[in-house]
Design a protein around this ligand. Structure first.
Ligand code: HEM
Length: 397
């Protein structure tokens, strides 16, 4: 899969294709991706300066956990709000209170968009766009939600414009406005592209990380003995008096291995995103003509019996040496591989490590009395656990 096969992205008609990052190709994609990566790095992507933003968000999320008072509680909204807020901080320059009506509406609209993306109606819309545009059905709600998200982002851009200062860039939108203002030759930056880029970061950056965290807490409730080992390691290395930091990862091999195993078993993007060949290629003895859709099968790698000792059993040992040191595995590719590799990998890894470690430091997750954890999944934009309730008990009391 990491062979040198030249691929672009298949563009779905239901999306604003040939804009932004995810559904774009060629020069436009390269320029938008490079810009997004360098700008997000400037604001701390994968760096120490972003740690306080993530940890601060955890404290808000922890309040929600605490307010459940150990009673059965669905953590989905709290986790979603926290993960979305990290993107909000980078893109809009501020976070929202979880109770903020506007924020709740935004999350609701994204949910509608996600739901639509995964439904049969999107398939029908993609096949018969002209007809479906005029027919009633759930796809119309999805289309409306998509337009409302665009309006929300447009509103944020207009607010930014009113206080915009060329000499001081506060966030992703400010930097993008600067790029439009500079009007360099061959430049693909305009407001429509800005809106789609922002939506791409939300689409790709919220559901993925929050789904992984929801798997994480479910696995911990299912395997209390693994949870206890993680907590014991955190207690030994970090204790209770300070917050975790990325520097702790090297000293927390068991915790790190558990996070990797959650991602492997969670397999949240089983078929990655569709690609298409942009020239004739030879791969593994096969000739693939230009313009063919390629669907990378990440599942086949994450569950390959030649690569993993117990492919279908949760086993942190997959990432540990005999001496208990963390070991990387080439077959661990939940973020895909190659030039279109996940742009948010560094951010996602930071979020997962800091959120998971902080959660284990402060809370214990268990199933409500008499309830068995269900590892069944709901196939949508991501492969997510079905909605579940969990008891979150504070460890300090
Ligand atoms: C656990 C979390 C995540 C997982 C498992 C994940 C996984 C993936 C996968 C499998 C792809 C498709 C790569 C391909 O086409 O071959 C992708 C693309 C992408 N991801 Fe992620 N992702 C995660 C988090 C994030 C975050 C936090 C962000 C952003 C803030 C993000 C932004 C993107 C973008 C923009 C693309 C499109 C890249 C392109 O087409 O050039 N992802 N991700």
């Amino acid at each position: 899969m990491s062979q040198d096969i030249t691929v672009g992205r298949v563009c779905f008609k239901v999306c604003i294709f040939q804009s932004g990052i995810i559904f774009n190709n060629g020069h436009k994609w390269r320029q938008q991706r490079r810009f997004a990566l360098s700008t997000l790095k400037y604001f701390g992507f994968g760096k120490k300066s972003l740690e306080p933003v993530i940890l601060d968000e955890f404290t808000h999320c922890a309040e929600e956990f605490r307010s459940s008072k150990g009673k059965p509680f669905n953590p989905r909204l709290a986790i979603n709000s926290a993960v979305s807020n990290i993107i909000c901080s980078l893109v809009f320059g501020h976070r929202f209170e979880y109770s903020d009506e506007k924020f709740r509406k935004l999350l609701g609209m994204f949910e509608d968009v996600f739901r639509m993306q995964a439904s049969i109606w999107t398939g029908l819309y993609n096949s018969f766009p002209v007809l479906m545009r005029h027919l009633p059905g759930p796809h119309q709600t999805g289309r409306q939600a998509w337009r409302k998200v665009q309006d929300f982002v447009r509103e944020q851009i207009n607010e930014h414009k009113q206080t915009w200062d060329l000499s001081e860039q506060r966030d992703f939108i400010d930097c993008y406005l600067k790029e439009i203002h500079m009007g360099r030759v061959d430049n693909t930056f305009d407001e429509e592209n800005l809106i789609v880029c922002v939506m791409d970061l939300f689409l790709a950056g919220t559901e993925t990380t929050s789904t992984t965290l929801r798997w994480a807490f479910l696995y911990m409730a299912k395997y209390p003995e693994i949870q206890e080992k993680v907590q014991a390691e955190i207690d030994r290395v970090i204790g209770q008096s300070r917050q975790p930091s990325m520097e702790d990862r090297a000293n927390l091999p068991y915790t790190d291995a558990v996070i990797h195993e959650i991602q492997r078993m969670g397999n949240i993007v089983p078929l990655s995103l569709p690609h298409s060949t942009n020239k004739d290629v030879q791969l593994g003895g096969y000739s693939i003509p230009k313009g063919v859709t390629i669907i990378p099968n990440l599942t086949s790698v994450l569950f390959d019996k030649n690569e993993w000792e117990t492919p279908y059993t949760f086993n942190p040992g997959h990432f540990l040496s005999e001496e208990g040191k963390f070991v990387t595995q080439a077959a661990f590719i939940p973020f895909s591989a190659g030039k279109r590799l996940c742009l948010g990998e560094n951010l996602a890894r930071m979020e997962l490590f800091l959120f998971f470690t902080s959660s284990m430091q402060h809370f214990t997750f268990s199933m409500p009395a008499g309830v068995k954890p269900s590892m069944e999944y709901r196939l949508g934009v991501t492969l997510a656990p079905k909605d579940y309730e969990v008891c979150v008990t504070s460890r300090q009391e």
